[in-house]
Design a protein around this ligand. Structure first.
Ligand code: SF4
Length: 439
């Protein structure tokens, strides 16, 4: 079922009643009765029909479960129906964020438990029930588990780490806007994510941290800045995760940006299709496709995230004509080997997502256990080039500390010159010559 436009998005601001249904504004406890993992003793007669602001929530459209998440739902949320499980608002309301609740799902190690209780204030813990269904109950080294469950290493600060390693605040002419490159801006529209990644570059400002407010005043200032800079032809919406905003808020923002003639393309950076694929409803897709050309960069970390649910979400977006690219952070012990990365990039292409960037992990405080040597990234790229289609090979880049921007890195394929010939090594390490006629 397509969503109806509930109001005039060009005139009504997102702080209005209709715009206010974005669940980021509602505390989790208001829905705790729908989460069997929390203490509750009563059920309403219609426990599978949650109500927000006095109105029944429209149920999600059919979305196929994977056997893994179905078994998980039956085991840990036995009272929750298929329809409620697939309602993204239910997923948001019931995010797991404390050690007691998480310990009922996975066997927390002492290290994890201690970190959750004592250090999570540095970056909150939040895991959607869907993403929790992908975590290994016993293996503390499981890649997906390591990306969302904190450990004490997050408290170790090492040389070169900084709260704002990319110097974004320095390039911010108005709160929420980062203007670093000549023709494009980063527009940070929310500090909220459905699931928090432990290596988040913007851990200084997501999850209610930092000085940013992300309210209508800040949005208006950001829009005014973009409108007054005719060289800005490309706007990247990020945060936090823009797809946690309600459809109406997103539509309002996109409509305002589309009215600026020099804005040619709009991009959205998101992890939602990975951690809460239920959010990719027909209504959202209908909203997004009205603002083409619109592109999306999806933050994917590991091939185990490429579930049937995530695939359906990506295919819905691709069918709406949205070009999809992936952004992956290279993480020690998680995806830092050629075989894992090969499985990831090939799997992404199968669901119509072009592997776009592989980022060296940014040196945020407490990230040393996640960072790999740059040589590891180069080894992975060498293991992909020529061994799989070029469509599947992302650009490996370091976002230069201090605000230098993205710097692409390539293994050495040019090994020298011999007179007018360029000496090259191919993907198998064999040597070749190219007559470089301009020398
Ligand atoms: S989804 Fe993005 S913004 Fe949110 S915690 Fe993860 S890396 Fe940070």
């Amino acid at each position: 079922m397509e969503s109806k436009t509930l109001f005039n998005e060009e005139t009504e601001p997102p702080g209005s009643l209709t715009g206010a249904i974005g669940l980021e504004n509602h505390p989790q406890k208001s829905f705790s009765r729908f989460n069997p993992l929390y203490n509750h003793s009563t059920r309403t007669p219609h426990a599978d029909r949650p109500v927000i602001l006095g109105r029944p929530v429209r149920m999600a459209s059919p979305f196929k479960d994977s056997p893994k998440s179905r078994d998980f739902r039956k085991r840990f949320f036995p009272e929750i129906t298929y329809a409620v499980w697939h309602d993204w608002r239910w997923q948001l309301r019931n995010r797991i964020g404390d050690a007691h609740t998480l310990a009922r799902i996975i066997r927390l190690s002492e290290n994890e438990r201690h970190a959750m209780i004592h250090h999570a204030k540095h970056l909150p813990v939040a895991i959607t029930p869907y993403y929790a269904s992908l975590l290994d109950e016993n293996d503390v080294f499981q890649p997906l588990r390591r990306t969302v469950v904190p450990v004490n290493d997050e408290c170790i600060r090492t040389h070169g780490e900084a709260d704002d390693p990319l110097g974004e605040e320095h390039d911010s002419p108005t709160p929420g806007i980062v203007h670093r490159y000549p023709d494009r801006v980063l527009f940070l529209v929310t500090g909220f994510c459905s699931t928090y990644c432990r290596y988040c570059t913007r851990s200084r400002m997501v999850g209610g941290r930092g000085k940013h407010r992300f309210d209508i005043d800040q949005w208006e200032k950001g829009i005014a800045y973009i409108a007054s800079n005719p060289n800005v032809r490309d706007v990247l919406l990020s945060g936090g995760d823009p797809l946690t905003l309600a459809d109406e808020k997103l539509a309002w923002l996109l409509a305002r940006l589309r009215k600026i003639h020099h804005v040619e393309i709009i991009r959205i950076g998101t992890k939602v299709p990975v951690v809460m694929p239920q959010r990719i409803t027909p209504g959202l897709v209908h909203t997004l496709r009205r603002y083409h050309p619109l592109l999306m960069s999806i933050h994917v970390t590991h091939p185990d995230e490429l579930t049937p649910e995530m695939s359906q979400a990506c295919i819905r977006l691709a069918d709406a004509g949205i070009p999809l690219g992936s952004q992956t952070v290279l993480l020690a012990g998680i995806n830092d080997n050629i075989e894992t990365m090969k499985r990831l990039v090939r799997g992404l292409l199968r669901i119509r997502v072009k592997p776009y960037y592989l980022y060296q992990c940014d040196p945020i405080p407490g990230s040393s256990h996640f960072r790999t040597p740059v040589a590891k990234g180069l080894e992975i790229i060498r293991g992909l080039h020529g061994h799989t289609t070029g469509y599947a090979v992302p650009t490996y880049a370091i976002d230069a500390p201090g605000g230098g921007g993205k710097i692409p890195l390539l293994p050495e394929y040019v090994v020298g010159r011999d007179g007018g010939d360029l000496l090259l090594n191919n993907y198998q390490g064999k040597s070749y010559r190219y007559p470089d006629c301009n020398c």
